[in-house]
Design a protein around this ligand. Structure first.
Ligand code: HEC
Length: 153
C-alpha cells in the first residue's frame, strides 16, 4: 500500500515537471500605454484605485502575474483569462475605441459589476483586495453610468 502511494506521488510530480514544458502563451505586460483610459478622462482616485486593484490584471496591459500564475496547469487558466479579458475590454487600449464601443463597454461594466459577475469570482478568491465592498461596487457602477451619460451629450 505504501509503495502505491509513493508511485502515485512520483507520477504526479513527474507529470507536473513535464507540464512545465508547456506553459502556454503568456500575454505580455507593458506599463507604457499611451492609449490608457486614464489619459483620456479624469478618473477620481478612489475609482481609479478600484479599477487597478480589481480589473487591471485582466483588462489592461499592466497585468501583474503572481508566481503560481506562471506554473502549468494554473498558467493555462490565467493566460487564457488575461487574453480573453483584454480582448473584451482593455483599458490600456481605450482611446481608439469608437464612441459607440466605449458607451457599450461602460454599460457592460455597470451591468457586470452590478450582477457580481466581475471581477471574476475565481480571481476574487485568490485576490482578497478585489473582493469589492458594496460602496466600492456602487462607486464603480455610478462612475461607468455617469461617464456613459456624459459621452452621450
Ligand atoms: C481574472 C480576470 C478578470 C478580472 C480580474 C476581471 N475580468 Fe472582466 N472579464 C474577464 C474575462 C475572461 C471576460 C470575458 C468572458 C466573460 O465575459 O466572462 C471578461 C468580461 C468582462 C466584461 C464584458 C465585456 C463585454 O463587452 O461583454 C466587462 C464589462 C468586464 N469584464 C468588466 C470587468 C470589470 C469592471 C472588472 C473589475 C471590477 C473586471 N472585469 C475584472 C476577466 C476578468
Amino acid at each position: 500500500m505504501k509503495k502505491i502511494i509513493i508511485y502515485v506521488l512520483v507520477f504526479a510530480l513527474v507529470t507536473l515537471v513535464v507540464l512545465q514544458l508547456f506553459p502556454g502563451t503568456k500575454p505580455e505586460t507593458t506599463l507604457d500605454n499611451p492609449n490608457d483610459i486614464h489619459k483620456e478622462v479624469l478618473i477620481a482616485p478612489e475609482v481609479s484605485k478600484i479599477l487597478r486593484k480589481a480589473c487591471y490584471d485582466c483588462h489592461s496591459n499592466e497585468t501583474v502575474y503572481p508566481w503560481y500564475g506562471n506554473i502549468a496547469p494554473v498558467s493555462w487558466l490565467v493566460y487564457h483569462d488575461v487574453e480573453e479579458g483584454r480582448e473584451e475590454l482593455n483599458f490600456s487600449e481605450w482611446i481608439p475605441y469608437s464612441l459607440k464601443k466605449k458607451n457599450h463597454k461602460l454599460e457592460e461594466i455597470a451591468e457586470e459589476v452590478e450582477e457580481g459577475k466581475m471581477p471574476l469570482p475565481i480571481y476574487v478568491s485568490i485576490h482578497p483586495e478585489a473582493d469589492l465592498t458594496r460602496e466600492e461596487r456602487e462607486l464603480l457602477i455610478n462612475w461607468a453610468k455617469n461617464l456613459k451619460g456624459s459621452a452621450e451629450e
